[in-house]
Each structure stands twice: as structure tokens, then as C-alpha cells.
Design a protein. Structure first.
Length: 160
């Protein structure tokens, strides 16, 4: 397990560029809302902690993780953002639906990173059970949303 001994919320602020002049789009899935709201909170807190202005954080909600790709694309096309964070949570069930949603979402976000000059950060938990999702959205392993925000800041500055 990749996060077994790692707290996802730990970062060295001194190594992170100041995000004061950056605009961020955050697309949040409404599916597994307890998890995605925790991820959003972690992302927003980290962005603000690193200097982002609250008015420069644009949040859009979508029904599920599958819809993250389309909304992320529209954010890039219409909102002049420097980075997008796509937040979702897919939990393994009894059917193959999990596999299809996870694969399509990951590929879609990858495609956006190839097609556009705006980084899209994959903050989609793909867990085997609810406890794993809780542990990674503000629980014992920290918050993947925090990690995604730090990645968004770093990627926005890449090549500048």
C-alpha cells in the first residue's frame, strides 16, 4: 500500500512557490460526498496556506467521477485557470462498473494533460472500501486533497 507510512498532508511550505497570483479550478464529484468534501477541504486549505486568494479558487460540482473530465476541460476553456484539480471517489462494488469508471476517468484526465497547456491534477480516490477512502480524505493517512493542491501549485509553475 503506497500510503501505509506516508501522511499525504505533510509538505514543506518553504519549497512550494507562492500561489498568490494563480487561479485554480477545482471540480468536485458529488458521488461519495463525505469523501469528496474532505478532499476539497484539504485542497482549499493547502492552496490558501500557500498564498492563493479565495477569490481565485473556482469550484464546480459534477454528479460523479466520470464527469470530471468534461468539467475540467470546460474550466480550462472558459475560466483562465493555471491548474485544475479533479476530485472524486470511486469505491469498489460488486460489479465491473468500478473498473470502467476508474479507467475512463484516469484516461480522460491524462488526455487533458496532453491536449492543453494547463495541468489537471488527478485527485480521485479509487479505493477497495469506504474505510480506505476515509483514511485518505482527512483520516489516518492525511488528505490526498492537500497533496493534489501542492501538485497543482508546482505544476502551474513548471516551465516558468
Amino acid at each position: 500500500m503506497a500510503t501505509i507510512n506516508k501522511n499525504l498532508s505533510v509538505y514543506d511550505k518553504a519549497t512550494i512557490p507562492n500561489a498568490k497570483d494563480l487561479r485554480f479550478g477545482i471540480v468536485v464529484s458529488e458521488w461519495n460526498t463525505d469523501i469528496t468534501e474532505g478532499l476539497y477541504s484539504g485542497a482549499e486549505e493547502a492552496l490558501l496556506d500557500c498564498g492563493a486568494e479565495k477569490s481565485n479558487i473556482i469550484r464546480w460540482n459534477v454528479p460523479g467521477s466520470f464527469e470530471l473530465t468534461y468539467a475540467s476541460k470546460k474550466l480550462i476553456q472558459t475560466q483562465k485557470v493555471d491548474a485544475v484539480i479533479a476530485i472524486g471517489s470511486v469505491i469498489q462494488g460488486e460489479t465491473k462498473h468500478f473498473d470502467f469508471v476508474c479507467e475512463a476517468t484516469a484516461q480522460g484526465i491524462k488526455d487533458l494533460n496532453v491536449l492543453f497547456d494547463v495541468p489537471v491534477i488527478f485527485c480521485v480516490l479509487t479505493d477497495n472500501n469506504m474505510q480506505q477512502a476515509i483514511d485518505r480524505s482527512g483520516g489516518k493517512h492525511g488528505n490526498k486533497g492537500t497533496e493534489a493542491a501542492i501538485a497543482a501549485i508546482k505544476m502551474a509553475f513548471l516551465g516558468q
